[in-house]
Design a protein around this ligand. Structure first.
Ligand code: COA
Length: 261
């Protein structure tokens, strides 16, 4: 599969997905969003891939936002359509992907860039990373889920302040807020994420996919998190991975998961 704005490398069970628009600081135009959708969908189908790391090319930016040049002249209808399509194709899609996705935030994560990082299952940042939702400085609000996911992650007051000021926070502040899980030196970022990925890839892919579903359910107003957790928990008991995991524990050996449902 050929992509104009992405690069995909695989190493064992890990897929490394890099957004490649360095001259535009990896800003998300429609084409990149469509390519990301396609890449995530293909990786999710690939039973050999158990973990995905998403990052931006170059040393300066993860993603510097939605591509402003593309939407600057949009009408009300076109604006609403942009947000609807983007959320469906990419942001909600990644959040609900059954394969876990780590955002390796290697620089600026602004606007749609921070929204994309927040759609991933968790985030690790390098020391030079800067995060913010500057949309109100452009006369618009975050439209790719930022008004929902930022308060979920850091609390309403802090989110309100970040959204209203449109300012950027540094990696240390993002760590304190709980927006990211770890800060590491820039040259260590990918190795650090790879090590986390290896730990995740050792566990049951089926159980992880159910855990993602159950955790996400708690953040959806129209879905009961606890019921979804019970349903997903029960479903695990019918999987080969569950049998292997519990048997291996009892036999005092390392489980060999196959990802079979
Ligand atoms: N959309 C489109 N192009 C973007 C972009 C975006 N969100 N962010 C950066 N770019 C482009 C710049 O226009 C510039 O292109 P050019 O060389 O053709 O002029 C190139 O990327 C490099 O950016 P530049 O602004 O020169 O880098 P900088 O180091 O001076 O500043 C930022 C870096 C991230 C602070 C600055 O680019 C910025 O504020 N970007 C917009 C952030 C934003 O508002 N995002 C939310 C969008 S909803």
């Amino acid at each position: 599969m050929d992509y104009r704005n992405l690069q995909i490398e695989t190493e064992g069970h890990l897929a490394l997905l890099t957004i490649e628009r360095p001259k535009k600081l990896n800003a998300l135009n429609k084409e990149t969003i469509a390519e990301l959708h396609r890449a995530f969908a293909i990786l999710e189908e690939d039973r050999n891939i158990r973990i995905i790391i998403l990052t931006g090319s170059g040393e300066k930016a993860f993603v510097a936002g939605a591509d402003i040049s593309e939407f600057a002249s949009y009408s009300v209808e076109e604006g609403a359509q942009l947000a609807t399509e983007g959320q469906q194709l990419l942001f909600n899609f990644v959040e609900n992907l059954s394969t876990p996705v780590i955002a390796a935030v290697n620089g600026f994560a602004l606007g749609g860039g921070l929204e994309l990082a927040m759609s991933c299952h968790f985030r690790v940042a390098s020391e030079n990373a800067r995060m913010g939702l500057p949309e109100v400085s452009l006369g618009v609000i975050p439209g790719y889920g930022g008004t929902q996911r930022l308060p979920q992650l850091i609390g309403k007051g802090r989110a309100m302040e970040m959204i209203m000021t449109g300012g950027m926070i540094d990696a240390a502040t993002a760590l304190r807020y709980g927006l990211i899980n770890h800060v590491v030196e820039q040259h260590e970022l990918m190795e650090f994420c790879r090590n986390l990925a290896l730990k995740i890839a050792n566990n049951s892919p089926v159980a992880i996919s159910y855990a993602i579903k159950a955790v996400n359910a708690g953040f959806k107003n129209n879905v009961l998190g606890f019921s979804t957790e019970i349903e997903s928990f029960g479903a695990c008991f019918g999987t080969e991975d569950f049998k292997e995991g519990t048997t291996a524990f009892l036999e005092k050996r390392k489980a060999q998961f196959t990802g079979t449902r």
